[in-house]
Design a protein around this ligand. Structure first.
Ligand code: NI
Length: 187
């Protein structure tokens, strides 16, 4: 694969084990990593997502990308984080503030949506794809998306943040979708 090539990676669906496994810190910041980040953006855009974590493309590294379009927003609701491509490597939340709730979806749980409680604002430290350190404060949908993707690299899927009833309903639908039969759940 050439360095300027575009590659669409395969997005894995739950119950793939990689989605519930903690990803490893990135130690080497090289061209291969930057190509992987570029492929993650291509994959996310094609799938119509606003965020993607490396676990979702079957790689256990602490890399996530976010790109939230402003195209459905009223002009007064457009924020500085809209329409920007963000890369977060080895991210870590240093503080959380407030509470919010949002109807979340996930590319690894197609067509499944439910409300998840999150912090309203987060502060985090992270590296970019060149290994440079950054810190950032996020709110709104950007903060929600960051917490969802950070969970992914910790091996935590969004159903784990729901009630047992809601989580069970979504997991059952996913098992049916992937044709994994469980007679105990059929009754
Ligand atoms: Ni997700």
């Amino acid at each position: 694969m050439g360095l300027c090539g575009m590659a669409i990676l395969n997005v894995v669906e739950w119950p793939a084990k990689v989605l519930e496994t903690r990803a490893n810190e990135v130690a080497v910041f090289n061209g291969e990593l930057r190509q992987f980040v570029s492929d993650m953006f291509d994959t996310m855009e094609k799938a119509g997502g606003i965020g993607l974590a490396a676990n979702q493309v079957d790689r256990l590294v602490r890399v996530l990308v976010i790109h939230i379009s402003s195209k459905n927003e009223e002009p007064e609701d457009i924020r500085d984080w809209h329409d920007k491509k963000f890369v977060f490597i080895n991210p870590s939340i240093t503080s959380k503030k407030g509470k919010t709730k949002y109807l979340e979806g996930c590319l690894s749980f197609p067509e499944q949506y439910d409300y998840v409680d999150r912090a309203a604002e987060v502060t985090l430290v992270y590296k970019d794809e060149w290994g440079k350190d950054h810190s950032l404060e996020a709110d709104g949908l950007f903060a929600i998306c960051l917490q969802h993707e950070l969970d992914h690299i910790d091996g935590v899927v969004f159903t784990s943040r729901m009630s047992r009833l809601k989580s069970g309903r979504i997991r059952k639908k996913m098992l049916q979708r992937n044709q994994i039969s469980d007679m105990d759940e059929e009754g």
